[in-house]
Write a protein that binds this ligand. Sequence first.
Ligand code: BGC
Length: 453
Amino acid sequence: MLYFWGMLKREQFGDDFEWGVTISAFQNEGWSDADGKGPSIWDTFTSNTSNINNADKIGHASNFYKQFEEDIKLASQMGLDVFRFSISWTRILPNGTGTVNAKGIAFYNKVIECCLSNGLKPYVTLYHWDLPQVLHEEGGWTNRQIVDWFLAYTEVCVQQFGDRVKHWVVMNEPMTFTGLGYFMGYHAPASKGIINFLKAAHHAVLCMAQGGRLIRKYIPDAQIGVALSCSYVKPVNRLPKNVRAAKRMEALLNRFFIEPLLGMGYPTDVMPALKMIQMIFKKGDEQRMHFDFDFIGLQYYFRVVARHSLNPPILFADEIPPVERKAILNTMNLDVYPKGLNKLLHFYAAYPKVKSIVLSESGVCFPDFLVNDHVYDTRRLKYHQKMLRQVKKAINQGLPIKGYFVWTLVDNFEWKEGFEPRFGLVYVDFKTQKRTIKHSGNWFREFLKGKVE
Ligand code: BGC
């Protein structure tokens, strides 16, 4: 069958293409001290509401701990194949290491069973930023021991769930949690400085690679990946110093984690000062940093326009704020630019060791209004259509793109930005926890049923 280039139809993506949604433990579950769960750095950070936009209180977030069956059914009724969620480290290991909390294990067993009985493949993310508070008090990501702690946690997860879970995402967006949480002090645990960042980042690389090896040992047929943030970066103009600044920005945002994981080391070619990260290395780290991942998850939310700057050191580049550029902004004032996706997919597919790529998160926050039980979020709908066209183009160009997971199923707690940014296909009234499928969610269901856009 022939379609116009601009038309979208599920079958154009291939029979094996996986359609999914992604959520995360801290943003969705709520009930942060129920049934023996220990505190994470995000429980601590959000307990001081002055850290959060509008002083929002997280409360029970979007109540996944109690409403997981309803949410998983909603995903299944949309015709999706994949339900990606993360495990809360302190729900299963309240003290970070040591005693396993049977009630936490029971909860995730129920979630996994519910996915399977609703025809959804569970994709489990091991780390989506909610580090145990007790481990933070011992240095957290800046302490090399994090590698042992993380592996102990990983081992519990694969032992408990590995008989049913075959898809594992070892870590979610290491650049976001190390950059915002350990360099800028903007996210939990609000640490700052270049040394904290380099330590946290290097330890995250070791955890991803070592974690991958451990999962492979227990589950030889597992599909193992990581979820990396990426941005379409362009220089503000063609002045050589700005072009070079954009190259460094690109190295930081798009190459910093994938290259060591692929065995290529950190991108010191454009950032020679980054060589100082080797001070943190232990003998054998070059080999330890590398793992043969089955898939790379990409998460592209915004474009960056870069220019030369004396700050921050090592990078010597900064971003021209999207507001100043009069860009199309989402609720978080980020520059929404779907056209950048195809170029990014080419960039990652060009690494010879990248076997396949999944859009492990894709979504946008725009203001939503619930009117007479309807949310006409046409801008979100159009955004997904534009992103999907970029994916389809990449598939037609022969790139190994294997899935598209929407961020996110239901509106949830957007970290420091609180409840204001809504990304869901389903609207949540956070007072009553009532779910209303948005216009975009209805479109997705019809699209997945095979209807041409
Ligand atoms: C993260 C999510 C977050 C989303 C939207 C990603 O960086 O993985 O936790 O909610 O972006 O900002």
